[in-house]
Design a protein around this ligand. Structure first.
Ligand code: SAH
Ligand code: DHB
Ligand code: MG
Length: 218
């Protein structure tokens, strides 16, 4: 999947040293393969980065948009204090049910709330403040999620958004690539947003060439 084999090899080396998976994450991968879940979850190293950023920001209340099988949710949830909470939104009821098992097996079942349904509908029912918001669902609605993140994050809260580079497709998004279109619109709006200070980390590795946006809510 990587564009250059050395990027993938170094990523695997880094993950082996710094982001080894415990039994719950290994079992999740086995269940995901058995259930034919799409293999689009964050890598172990990206999960560790989410975990470190959540800890660094002292997050007690985290919102994730796009649960899939709960892989990134476990990394985020494990950064929470005992009385913390992860709220995660997932449109596919089968993925939501799969993630419920994942969170229970990872020992964070009581700290996680999975809201099934379209994220924009679930978001309308949520009130802040959240300390961290992680965008990782359908990229075509990232601009709408940006507006909701601005509403729900506390001042100083952290916004993270996955997959905003798309192998460089954001530079000139093809008309038939709504994901790259959404990511490009999201980056344009985020960069000019008066309520956020932001940057994008370009990433290469086992997930190919992509990027993570980081923004602090003023
Ligand atoms: N964060 C996960 C990967 C998420 S993949 C991880 O790294 O482990 C993106 C997920 O967003 C998929 O499960 C997909 O079903 C979900 N999704 C897509 N459109 C959505 C929408 N409108 N509302 C909520 N979830 C959505
Ligand atoms: C896709 C979605 C993701 O969240 C990701 O990390 C990689 C790919 C996708 O739908 O193509
Ligand atoms: Mg992603």
């Amino acid at each position: 999947m990587a564009d250059n084999p050395i990027f993938e090899a170094v990523d695997q080396f880094i993950d082996g040293l710094f982001a080894s998976e415990d039994q719950a994450l290994i079992r999740l991968r086995q269940r995901a393969a058995d259930a034919s879940l799409p293999h689009i979850e964050v890598s172990a190293g990206q999960g560790k980065l989410l975990y470190l950023l959540a800890k660094l920001s002292g997050a007690r209340r985290i919102l994730e948009i796009g649960t899939l099988g709960g892989y990134s949710g476990i990394w985020l949830g494990r950064a929470l204090p005992d009385d913390g909470e992860l709220v995660t939104l997932e449109i596919d009821p089968a993925y939501a049910a799969f993630a419920r098992t994942s969170f229970n097996e990872a020992g964070i079942g009581s700290q996680t709330l999975i809201l099934p349904g379209r994220a924009l509908e679930s978001l309308a029912s949520l009130t802040g403040p959240f300390d961290l918001v992680f965008l990782d669902a359908n990229k075509d609605e990232y601009p709408e999620y940006l507006a909701e993140a601005a509403r729900l994050l506390r001042p100083g809260g952290l916004l993270l958004a996955d997959n905003v580079v798309r192998k460089g497709a954001v530079l000139d998004p093809p008309a038939d690539d709504p994901m790259a279109q959404g990511a490009a619109r999201f980056l344009a709006e985020l960069s000019a947003h008066p309520q956020f200070e932001s940057i994008v980390l370009q990433q290469v590795g086992i997930k190919g060439h992509d990027g993570l946006a980081l923004a602090i809510r003023r």
